[in-house]
Ligand binder design. Structure first.
Ligand code: NDP
Ligand code: GDR
Length: 330
């Protein structure tokens, strides 16, 4: 019987897809939203009468304990994080507090109130960093290359430690990059598709990017939230790598996106060193063998379809905005 889910990070890319997925399976869905002076619920506006939102913050243990006591979820998905890698160099302590210690607070809230609640931790391929083995799998040694990656390693091992110390059902999903039309505008994929749409519509002539040679294993967020749920439905808690098994450079992404709208990327992309990172993750490629075998999980959306889906969405969004501006000016 479907249960009750509590999602931290419900206002983020993954939180919005996971909420949709769980509602579709009959779950009661609760989410935490941190206080902001502007409206932070844009990605879940269409779900607002179906989910219950509560004010809380991953840096505030009391708020988490209170919510777990009040809601008594059967599943707790910890998706909240300071998730943008470059920001983690500018704000390493905040990143450690939210992305790392936030996991300790979530696990403690569960342990103190009801250790039978099933827990999902959003671990990341960024933990592999300077990769020690390719493709990367569950047993590949970790070597994080950013304060964000270091914080995720803490959360990852703490999740395993709570499973082993308290016999809790705590899983860690090591997810490789996953994208969608709901991706934040600062991440490279959305920055590219949004930039391509602006150039195509004549709103800009150039797109400024950093390292085009970095390679990532990019999948579709809608496929990846299904894997999160699958991990919490097993007989025993375990950790899984979730990736497509394909890697592509940022340059390939750029080329496909510009080609799709009939433009030559070399005439529009400008390399700007401000987008280089102090330490780069050069190559990520996930080996999802274990997830496919044990969970039966496979991605459905391929790389080119992902790129064109995102470009189409940005073209549509910007066209509507431009039409509205033109009508108001007329
Ligand atoms: P987003 O950046 O889109 O969403 C992050 C969410 O965390 C937002 O809802 C944000 O709220 C919330 N949040 C941030 N700080 C706090 C806080 N102090 N208290 C409560 N909530 C907070 O990330 P994604 O959806 O892309 O990623 C989800 C998770 O998966 C993250 O933990 C990320 O690190 C991890 N991950 C993501 C991958 C990807 O490729 N997308 C790959 C591997 C791991 P607000 O809206 O108010 O900012
Ligand atoms: P990443 O994603 O750091 O892998 O973390 P991002 O899209 O930010 O960068 C991917 C690669 O693109 C290169 N790059 C640029 N990146 C950005 N943001 N802006 C640019 O202009 C640019 N030019 C080149 C980067 O150097 C990098 O190599 C994402 C986040 O979702 C994390 O939370 C998650 O854990 C990991 O994916 C898996």
């Amino acid at each position: 019987m479907p249960g009750t889910a509590l999602i931290t990070g419900i206002t983020g890319q993954d939180g919005s897809y996971l909420a949709e997925f769980l509602l579709g399976r009959g779950y009661r869905v609760h989410g935490i939203v941190r206080r902001a002076s502007t409206e932070p619920t844009e990605r879940i506006r269409h779900l607002q009468d179906q989910v219950v939102l509560h004010q809380a913050d991953l840096t505030d243990l009391a708020s988490l304990v209170r919510l777990v006591q009040e809601i008594r979820p059967t599943e707790f998905y910890n998706l909240a994080a300071q998730s943008f890698v470059p920001t983690s160099w500018h704000e390493p302590i905040l990143t450690g507090d939210v992305t790392g210690l936030g996991v300790a607070r979530a696990l403690e809230a569960i342990r103190l109130v009801d250790p039978d609640i099933r827990f999902y931790q959003a671990s990341s391929s960024e933990m592999f960093g300077k990769v020690q083995e390719t493709p990367q799998r569950e047993t590949t040694p970790l070597y994080p290359r950013s304060p964000y990656g270091v914080a995720k390693v803490y959360g990852h091992y703490l999740t395993i430690n709570y499973r082993e110390s308290y016999d809790m059902y705590a899983c860690s999903g090591i997810l490789f990059n996953h994208e969608s039309p709901r991706r934040g505008l600062e991440f490279v994929t959305r920055k590219i598709t949004h930039g391509v749409a602006r150039v195509k519509l004549g709103l800009d002539s150039e797109l400024r990017l950093g390292n085009l040679q970095a390679k990532r294993d990019w999948g579709f967020a809608g496929d990846y939230v299904r894997a999160m749920w699958m991990m919490l439905q097993q007989d025993e808690a375990d950790d899984f790598v979730i990736g497509t098994g394909e890697t592509h450079s940022v340059e390939e992404f750029v080329q496909i996106a510009f080609d799709y709208v009939g433009l030559d990327w070399r005439q529009h992309v400008v390399i700007d060193p401000q987008f280089y990172r102090p330490a780069e993750v050069d190559l990520l490629l996930g080996d999802r063998t274990k997830a496919e075998r044990q969970l039966g999980w496979k991605p459905e959306v391929g790389f080119e379809d992902l790129v064109t889906m995102m470009v189409d969405n940005d073209l549509a969004l910007l066209s509507i905005a431009t039409d509205t501006d033109n009508r108001m000016a007329a």
